[in-house]
Design a protein around this ligand. Structure first.
Ligand code: MG
Ligand code: ZN
Length: 224
């Protein structure tokens, strides 16, 4: 269990805030707030809720919404350096996101190559935006996640010896965090890790993440 593999969230982790919320605030009619509250209180699943949210937006706004999302996204400090670090150390680095392809891919584009980017997809061919779910829950998950992080981790399942590092910020990362050997957590995920007794460290920037992983490499806990 010494070869690290990284599974990193996108919204609120790579970017400083949630891109879907920003898009809804800007473009959706007021009823989006009710759907958001239903998702947060777990009355409806993420899958159902996010689908409902985007169905509030007309497809003809595609260009406007896309360029807003890209312009609005603030990248967390140290991300560029973190990508370079994993690349230099040869650590497999996956982005696993509940975000949507039309903003996830363009925002990540300038940071170079990842071993994989998993997120939801969008279809603008109808009247309103339709979300497609290419990474749904496998048989072992019953949460109706949308983009199912534990399922993606299982599917990629590098050798059993790999040391899984999950990086994230919210409840949607909790199921993935339960499968991790070590979690770098902020915000709600950090609280949940404490509550569940999950091996974790808090972080603010990706420079903190580099330090945490470097430390473990230096003491020989991890080998790359
Ligand atoms: Mg997040
Ligand atoms: Zn799931």
């Amino acid at each position: 269990m010494t070869k690290p593999v990284i599974y990193c969230d996108f919204d609120g982790t790579v970017t400083e805030s949630d891109n879907i919320i920003a898009i809804m605030k800007k473009f959706a009619p007021p009823e989006w707030e009710l759907i958001k509250d239903q998702i947060l209180s777990r009355q409806i699943s993420i899958n159902e809720g996010v689908g409902k949210l985007f169905s509030l937006l007309p497809s003809h706004l595609k260009e406007e919404i896309t360029s807003f999302a890209i312009k609005n996204a603030k990248i967390r400090a140290g991300f560029k350096e973190f990508v370079e670090f994993t690349c230099n150390e040869g650590i497999p680095f996956y982005i696993v996101s509940g975000g949507i392809d039309f903003f996830v891919f363009p925002i990540l584009a300038k940071y170079g190559s990842f071993d994989g980017v998993f997120c939801n997809e969008s279809d603008f061919s109808g009247e309103t935006i339709k979300i497609l779910w290419p990474h749904k829950c496998d048989l072992l998950c019953t949460n109706d996640c949308g983009c199912c992080k534990p399922s993606v981790i299982r599917k990629l399942s590098h050798s059993k010896e790999s040391f899984k590092i999950v990086i994230g910020d919210s409840v949607t990362d909790l199921e993935a965090a339960k499968h991790a050997d070590f979690v770098l957590a902020r915000d709600l995920l950090q609280e949940k890790c404490l509550e569940w007794g999950i091996n974790h460290k808090g972080f603010h920037t990706f420079f903190d993440c580099i330090e945490e992983i470097k430390k473990r490499i230096e003491v020989g806990e991890l080998t790359c």
